[in-house]
Design a protein around this ligand. Structure first.
Ligand code: F6R
Length: 250
């Protein structure tokens, strides 16, 4: 596990963007796993800049998003589909047919989950997966108690997560969907390499438990300790409770 504690959000985002850029330069048809939420916004902004100013080419890149709310239409302002197009895909030269985001509106959600797993396999698996972390230690929507071997499935969101995400739904927790389609922890662990990002004090406990606590389904991010190629980049605040001698870049 490579862990970098960097100065701030900007440094975290730029460091992650360089890793993504180098991976695309090495493999133009990179299979890239993507996350939504506040954390990767700076990374996406930097990737857009690299595309516009440095010609970073996404035309062959294949993407798979981690998750999507059940029941939100694709064009709903808070759907993860909309988030990805607004914050990244509309600003780079991605081929729309290379974009994969779970569809929370399909009738047969179970069949969709199976199809999503098969699709990832068809492309030879995810080369590089981007992750954020929830305050309860979740990765994707794998809430506490989710099996560390889980595959893409329907997840019930915890109260903590729904409260955290209410900020995007007029502050009203009742408007936050109760279920989501999510890649499982087992699916994520099969990615060839993983970057987990975290910023801000609110993530300090989750980062401490995920990196320096036992591997447990109660903090699903702790499963990353088992992965051979993980890079964790956190800002000073998110890393403020870490005690081991990790790399400090500030
Ligand atoms: C989003 C996702 C979630 C978020 C996590 C942190 O696709 O999978 O696990 O990464 O909830 O969200 P933010 O970044 O908004 O704090």
């Amino acid at each position: 596990m490579k862990v970098f504690i960097v100065k701030d959000y900007d440094a975290m985002s730029k460091k992650a963007a360089k890793i993504v850029r180098d991976a695309i330069l090495r493999k133009p048809d990179l299979v890239l796993g993507l996350a939504t939420g506040s954390t990767p916004l700076g990374l996406y902004k930097e990737l857009i800049r690299m595309h516009k100013e440095e010609g970073l080419n996404f035309s062959k890149v294949i993407t798979f998003n981690l998750d999507e709310y059940v029941g939100l239409p694709k064009d709903h302002p808070e759907s993860y589909n909309r988030f990805m197009w607004d914050n990244l895909f509309n600003h780079i030269n991605i081929n729309p047919s290379n974009v994969h985001i779970p569809d929370g509106t399909v009738e047969d959600l179970e069949a969709f989950c199976k199809w999503y797993e098969e699709k990832i396999d068809e492309y030879g698996g995810i080369d590089l997966q981007i992750l954020g972390i929830g305050r309860d230690g979740h990765i994707a929507f794998n809430e506490p108690g989710t099996s560390l071997g889980s595959r893409t499935h329907i997840a019930k969101l915890t109260e903590v997560t729904r409260r955290d995400n209410a900020r995007f739904f007029d502050g009203d927790i009742e408007k936050v969907p109760k279920y989501a389609i999510t890649m499982g922890v087992g699916t994520i662990l099969e990615a060839k390499s993983i970057i987990l990002l975290a910023n801000g004090e609110a993530k300090a406990d989750a980062i401490k438990k995920a990196l320096e606590g036992p591997v447990t389904c109660l903090i699903t991010a702790s499963a990353l300790q088992l992965h051979p190629n993980v890079t964790i980049i956190v800002d000073k605040e998110a890393g403020s409770k870490l005690e081991l001698e990790w790399e400090r870049e500030y």
